[in-house]
Write a protein that binds this ligand. Sequence first.
Ligand code: ADP
Ligand code: ASP
Ligand code: MG
Length: 419
Amino acid sequence: MPRLVMKFGGTSVANLERISNVARHVAREVEAGYKVAVVVSAMSGKTNELVAWCKEAAPLYEPSEYDAVVASGEQVTSGLLAITLKKMGIPARSWQGWQIPISTDDAHGSARILDIDGEALGGSIDAGEVAVIAGFQGIHLPTRRLTTLGRGGSDTSAVAVAAALKAERCDIYTDVDGVYTTDPRVVPKAKRLDRIAFEEMLEMASLGAKVLQVRSVELAMVHNVRTFVRSSLVDPEAPEMANVEKAGTLICDEEEIVATQMEQQVVTGIAFSKDEAQVSIRRVADKPGIAAAVFGPLAEAHINVDMIVQNVSADGFTDITFTVPNADFERAKAVIETAKGAIDFHDVEGSTDVTKVSVIGIGMRSHAGVAAKAFEALAARGINIRAITTSEIKISFLIDAAYTELAVRTLHSLYGLDS
Ligand code: ADP
Ligand code: ASP
Ligand code: MG
């Protein structure tokens, strides 16, 4: 009998009524003959509340205790869904991360999965009992401490469980019916994609589209897990729900997409992230070793630097601009100030009111002029570009946050993505 993993996000399990709707989705797949493992998130808003409590209790909380607190949201929903399934006459049991176990490293708050023991879990579902797994959680076995996988981590739990169980596929149920050309809540004209390539989904996710956690896409790509994104907020018994190809977006190899399209799209989607801050170091003495002097201390402070812009100097002085996550803005400036002896600059300044907007598409590999079109279109709307980075399949622009929606809509129309 084929195995299936079904994951339900926070909105899908937000209250008992929604949980009972989820149970009907599970019932449909059980009736279709699948051996089912379900992965659930905490009720929407719960994890935010738990995180806020930790910060209020002590701003410099112990990360291992933070994990003990924030993992509890998923414990509640896994138990509630198991109770609901049993009430419907479907055998089920809840599994916490440590019970499986899902073993992780000890990077509390953003742990990585090392291994999943699929034996007891697989045996249980094959015997006809639906496994309801608390997403987001793991255990660091040497210290026997609970761990969590980072915000949005239940997606990663689900794909990892699907790989461990060699499931036929992994269905990620959320509050939208698939992956769109951009966030459909920001651009109502966004189109749902039937398929998106792993590489593109990786870029979309890491550049701000929170529909899937980046790590889950990496795992799906490496282990070749057939992953669909689909909606839970629909009638579970509607006829179209039985056909996953119609009901959701498949994340798959590029070849699988090329096979279904006459002509490849150049741009597949637009992503944006408001979690950015810009730091600029003014009048830096332009000499060998300067980049190392700036970025070495930032790396030591575990500050993730993303975009970097440095000009060629005419008079021996240059400006260096880079971006860091919003939360690291003050710390990054402090690190640069502390390194002033080694760097030799005039001053350091910046802004947290910036957004990174990105254009993504594997078709960009073989098309020239994609960026030039964007420059023109953004200029015509009076949107100033502060920094640009490119790779083979994406271009990112750093702009003032106030222009986010306008820029996303402009680029979405420009590349023919409007529905
Ligand atoms: P869940 O709680 O189910 O994990 P999330 O809130 O993490 O759900 O992710 C779903 C949300 O992702 C959607 O409500 C949507 O606003 C947002 N989103 C951002 N970009 C996209 C995109 N390109 N396609 C679909 N949804 C997107
Ligand atoms: N509940 C966790 C969060 O809000 C994990 C998840 O929802 O995927 O980040
Ligand atoms: Mg999510």
